[in-house]
Ligand binder design. Structure first.
Ligand code: KG4
Ligand code: ZN
Length: 381
């Protein structure tokens, strides 16, 4: 079969990204412009600033992705873009630009769900490394700043299908990392910083018990059959538990000292945060991470075993976490399950995953019309 080159564009949150992928199996170029510096002073993504930054970055980012790939608008076969879920204004920038490009270059446009993209980040690299045949059934955990979702993924003649069997009832796991880091003045985004600091602390120091979710999801948007067995998550409780711990142990002063020390530095690095943390803070961070990791791994493995799953895919920004990877690897091996992650570069938001997810749709001729619009709450499965 002839090689197919797809240009992917991603702008759903705070990364403006473009990439060229060959036939869903080889990364040819991958450009990610991160807006971290813009949002850092606010300790979280500011939607209006994100849209403005996407507008600024999208043209040079797409140009660079084509240039790095040695491609032009004439020599690519299709343009793929994130349709949702994500921030409304941010999605609009990518989709409008992709639509205009597809129209001007007379190329087909493929609209991709961002969550499906995260799943295909793993599949792309598996094919690229030609490791082995994927064993089904496949269960995918998409765990990021906006999502903690479990999907059973199947490959049919018509392409991939997904069935959601669990999600977070409140905060996403990555959101908990970010909020706890903000509370403790450990920098933004919180995940990478906590990942580093936790390696220096005692994960047994503070016990954070996770409640099992027994009641049904009352959110009318998430209606499921009454007898359906689901695996839901919840991460807002642990964030409140960390806050309580900080209050009870009167840590406000030590947090303020760290805030002042970090303000004095132009670009604080992980080691600077470490030097500005006392033992109590480091232990708290390590215990928080251990609790979240144990909950994610425990629930996902139970769901996998209950459903006779053969392969686990763990993807999304939080899949970059060292302890999450190590724990999944160890516990999945004990259960005789294969567990696959994307490389760290493709764990967080990127456009290669969008171009890879678009390939089966390209083969099936599933193209978007000019009326396609972005959907901030687009669902998968
Ligand atoms: O997939 P992503 O780039 O964007 C979303 O779709 O949300 O994920 C970003 C999230 C942030 O919450 C960030 O703190 C978290 O992923 N993250 C991590 C790590 N690296 C990024 N969380 C834990 N450990 C990490 N090493
Ligand atoms: Zn994402």
């Amino acid at each position: 079969m002839r090689d197919t080159y797809i240009l992917g564009i991603e702008s759903s949150c705070d990364e403006t990204a473009a990439a060229v992928v060959r036939s869903g199996e080889e990364l040819i170029s991958n450009v990610v412009y991160s807006q971290i510096a813009t949002h850092q002073p606010y300790g979280g993504v500011v939607p209006e600033l994100a849209s403005r930054e996407h507008l600024r970055a999208i043209v040079p980012v797409v140009r660079k992705a084509l240039e790095d790939a040695g491609k032009s608008y004439d020599t690519i076969d299709a343009i793929a873009v994130t349709q949702g879920p994500g921030l409304a204004g941010a999605l609009l920038v990518g989709l409008s630009y992709a639509k205009a490009l597809a129209f001007a270059a007379d190329k087909p446009l493929i609209a991709v769900n961002h969550l499906e993209g995260h799943i295909h980040a793993v599949l792309l690299e598996e094919r690229q490394n030609a490791n082995r045949e994927l064993q089904f059934p496949v269960l995918a955990l998409v765990v990021s700043g906006g999502h903690t979702h479990l999907y059973l993924a199947e490959l049919r003649d018509s392409g991939w299908t997904y069935r959601n069997i669990g999600h977070t009832r409140d905060d996403a796991a990555g959101e908990a990392f970010d909020k706890v880091a903000k509370l403790l003045e450990l920098g933004y985004p919180g995940g990478p910083s906590i990942d580093f600091l936790a390696q220096h602390g005692d994960p047994q120091a503070v016990k954070f018990p996770f409640a099992q979710i027994k009641h049904r999801d009352r959110n009318p948007q998430n209606r499921h059959a009454p007898d359906e067995h689901r695996t839901d998550f919840s991460y807002s409780g642990i964030k409140t538990a960390v806050l309580r711990y900080v209050e009870v142990h009167q840590m406000a002063e030590s947090i303020q000292r760290r805030r002042d020390a970090m303000k004095a530095l132009a670009k604080p690095k992980p080691d600077d945060y470490l030097a500005a943390c006392d033992r109590q803070t480091i232990d708290l961070v390590a215990s928080f991470q251990r609790a979240v990791v144990d909950d994610l791994v425990g629930k996902t493995l139970t769901a996998a075993i209950d459903r006779g799953v053969a392969t686990l895919l763990v993807t999304g920004g939080v899949a970059a976490n060292s302890e999450l990877r190590a724990t999944f690897e160890r516990r999945a091996a004990e259960e005789g399950l294969a567990v696959l992650f994307p490389s760290r570069k493709l764990s967080t938001d990127n456009a290669a995953m969008i171009a890879a997810a678009a390939y089966p749709r390209f083969l099936a001729g599933e193209f978007a019309g000019t009326e396609v619009s972005s959907d901030p709450s687009l669902k998968l499965g």
